[in-house]
Write a protein that binds this ligand. Structure first.
Ligand code: NAD
Length: 425
């Protein structure tokens, strides 16, 4: 059977196309069996839910849409974050679930990819509204999640508090505490030390490996980070601890740039008081698109997808692009950056630190045994370094860029697992 045309698929969106085009780009190179190729392009299971949501004023009731996609159940339970954003749709969640499968395979974790999302703007909701939406969404997907089935985690617009509400809702229905149903939850209810910082720490571990390979001094480098949330802010702080200068940051409200380096302590104080960067008076105010093209050595997109494309890839100044966000770079931009000699560390490697420590958290829940923060961080760093070197080894052997190499490693691993398991019935 030929590989189907994308426009015939219900979940066809620009982000889904990016995920599929990346897969298609390596399928022939590795001689991927056509049936496995077709299967990997589609979700194994997709759940679409809609439910009523009552605002705090108690008179407005809106209908909200939510999704949970499980891409691949071959490798173990499925694993992936839950995103709250107004752009969430079935195609976006499917693309993110596909990338989760590749990430888990690159890191050697016993999971397939999943992702969930609710189409809302979390910035417009009160805490009580956020809690109500979270509990109702959880109850809508309760039959498809579980510690041995599918384990959510935080993503864009969600955090450890949201995970705590999911864990509580699930546990109430089961009649006992089930900490293993989510990862990225607070330490008080079974979360892992080091999980909150894990994605940012993994991003910087990859940047350090790239610097070592390219002969660049990380400690002398200038770093720009788009998106000062969980991933971006952690990466910024670790970069500064290691001696680099963070010269630019942004959130959805605005960006700031200061060639002398930003004072992150003052930034954090401002955000703690005002929630967003807008109005921060130090440095120059720049827009999000401008920030990406300001002078730096290392650029870390850590906000949303589709930020670096054919229209701005030529204007980037960085030597290394580390994808903290999922899907920030288009295929055309990849080609332009490769021609310009910019090293791109792909999302499926660069931001895999989060799912890696989520795996540690899940293991700790199963064993009912807690690791120290130092143990978590050291194991994370050593797994990230090993994954980086494995991917680099493929890239050098096959004369391909890091994204192609990472995809090749991931898909070959999954193909072997699928062949071993065979076809039911
Ligand atoms: P977050 O919600 O904590 O932070 C997101 C940041 O991006 C915020 O500063 C927000 O203001 C900013 N932002 C949102 N929309 C924007 C826009 N349109 N333009 C510019 N900035 C915008 O989210 P996060 O958990 O840090 O996730 C960020 C990215 O990293 C996402 O792409 C996510 O999928 C990816 N990621 C997160 C994790 C994790 O463990 N949290 C793991 C892997 C990948």
């Amino acid at each position: 059977m030929p590989v189907p045309k994308l426009e015939h698929l219900e979940w066809d969106t620009p982000m889904y196309r990016l995920a599929v085009e990346q897969l298609d780009g390596i399928a022939e190179r590795i001689g991927l069996d056509e049936n496995i190729w077709c299967r990997l392009r589609a979700p194994q299971r997709a759940h679409v839910v809609s439910f009523p949501f009552r605002r705090d004023d108690y008179s407005t009731v809106e209908t909200v849409y939510g999704y949970r996609v499980q891409h691949l159940t071959t490798m173990g339970p499925t694993k992936g974050g839950i995103r709250y954003d107004c752009g969430v749709n079935l195609g976006e969640v499917t693309a993110l679930a596909i990338w989760m499968s590749w990430k888990c395979a690159i890191m050697g974790l016993p999971f397939g990819g999943a992702k969930g999302g609710v189409r809302i703007d979390p910035n417009q909701l009160t805490r009580t509204e956020l809690q109500r939406i979270t509990r109702r969404y959880t109850s809508e997907i309760i039959d498809v999640i579980g510690p041995d089935r599918d384990i959510p985690a935080p993503d864009l617009g969600t955090d450890m508090q949201v995970m705590a509400w999911i864990m509580d809702t699930y546990s109430q229905q089961r009649g006992h505490a089930v900490p293993g149903v989510v990862t990225g939850k607070p330490v008080e209810i079974g979360g892992s030390l080091g999980r909150e910082e894990a994605t940012g720490r993994g991003v910087i571990t990859c940047a350090l490996e790239a610097c070592r390979h390219l002969g660049i001094q990380f400690a002398d480098s200038r770093v720009i980070i788009q998106g000062y949330g969980n991933v971006g802010a952690t990466a910024a702080h670790i970069a500064v601890e290691l001696g680099a200068q963070v010269v630019g940051i942004s959130d959805f409200s605005t960006g700031i740039y200061d060639s002398r380096g930003l004072d992150l302590k003052r930034v954090d104080e401002w955000i703690a008081e005002h929630r967003f960067l807008e109005g921060y008076s130090e440095g120059d105010e720049v827009s999000n698109p401008e920030l990406l093209t300001m002078p730096c050595d290392i650029l870390i997109p850590a906000a949303i997808q589709n930020q670096i494309h054919e229209r701005n890839a030529d204007a980037l100044h960085c030597k290394i692009l580390v994808e903290g966000a999922n899907g920030p770079t288009s295929m055309e931009a990849d080609r332009i950056l490769a021609d310009r000699g910019v090293t791109v560390i792909p999302d499926i490697l660069a931001n895999a630190g989060g799912v890696t420590v989520s795996y540690f958290e899940w293991v700790q829940a199963a064993q009912q045994f807690m690791w120290t923060e130092d143990e978590v961080n050291q194991r994370l760093i050593s797994l990230m370094q090993r994954a980086y070197r494995d991917v680099l080894e493929v890239a050098e052997r096959e004369h391909v860029d890091l994204r192609t190499a990472a995809l090749m490693r991931a898909v070959i691993r999954i193909r072997e697992a699928k062949r071993r398991r065979g076809i039911f019935p």
